[in-house]
Design a protein around this ligand. Structure first.
Ligand SMILES: [Zn+2]
Length: 233
């Protein structure tokens, strides 16, 4: 039975190493997810800035159309003013010219304000594009490093699993079954007795049982925490 303890300890050593590698691989995932998130958010900022500029440019085109209509209207007004004969008609035509001039001035002022706003917004578009380019450049360097690290760990993991499975044959099926079940629940399954107590939960094991474990090399289950226990020689 002593041999079984040795075989199980060797297996556990591999399993703990495998778990460590798996944890290292898992620790890389948030890095890559963070990269994706940052890139997506930088790209979304570019789209938002561009959409905002497009909306303002549409307004600008509409204002320019309105100004063009007012200019055409004003040409007609001026012709009318030239043609009028009577004073009353002249007063009305002059008022019309003045009204249209005010509208044109308003149009021009709005177009100028909008033009300044569009310039500012275009600067924001350029800044967001620069930020996206920075993120992409930074990731172009860092991402392959992480991916190479992950590939190296994965190959270590494959080797370790192969090595482990080669050893599993030297443990009896019932013991291996118990070991795998406990390991699945708690990570480490096999503990040595420590000062007469369970090496995991510290619950005392009766002397008689301890002596039996030491003499037979049997593996027992801790009644308190459920791990496998063996007595060290
Ligand atoms: Zn225990």
């Amino acid at each position: 039975m002593r041999q079984e303890v040795e075989a199980l300890l060797a297996l556990q050593e591999d399993d703990l190493k495998i778990r460590e590698i798996e944890n290292e691989i898992r620790a890389l995932d948030p890095h890559l997810a963070e990269f994706d998130k940052r890139k997506a958010s930088a790209a979304a900022a570019v789209t938002r800035a561009q959409t905002a500029v497009e909306a303002e440019e549409k307004k600008q085109r509409e204002l320019q159309q309105r100004l063009a209509q007012h200019k055409t209207q004003q040409e007609r007004n001026l012709h009318q003013l030239e043609d009028v004969k009577r004073l009353r008609e002249a007063t009305a035509a002059t008022a019309q010219v003045e009204a249209t001039r005010r509208l044109m001035a308003e149009d021009e002022s709005e177009i100028a304000i909008l033009g300044r706003r569009i310039n500012e917004m275009n600067a924001a578009v350029a800044a967001s594009k620069q930020a996206l380019a920075d993120v992409e450049r930074e990731q172009k360097e860092a991402r392959p490093e992480i991916e190479a690290k992950r590939a190296a760990l994965q190959s270590q993991l494959d080797d370790a699993r192969q090595h482990r499975n080669g050893k599993a044959g030297s443990v009896s099926r019932p013991t291996l079954g118990k070991y795998d079940r406990i390991r699945g629940r708690r990570g480490q399954a096999l503990y040595a007795l420590r000062g007469g107590s369970c090496g995991n939960c510290d619950t005392a094991v009766p002397l008689q049982r301890r002596n039996l474990m030491a003499s037979s090399g049997d593996i027992e289950i801790c009644e308190a925490c459920g791990v496998l226990l063996y007595a060290e020689l």
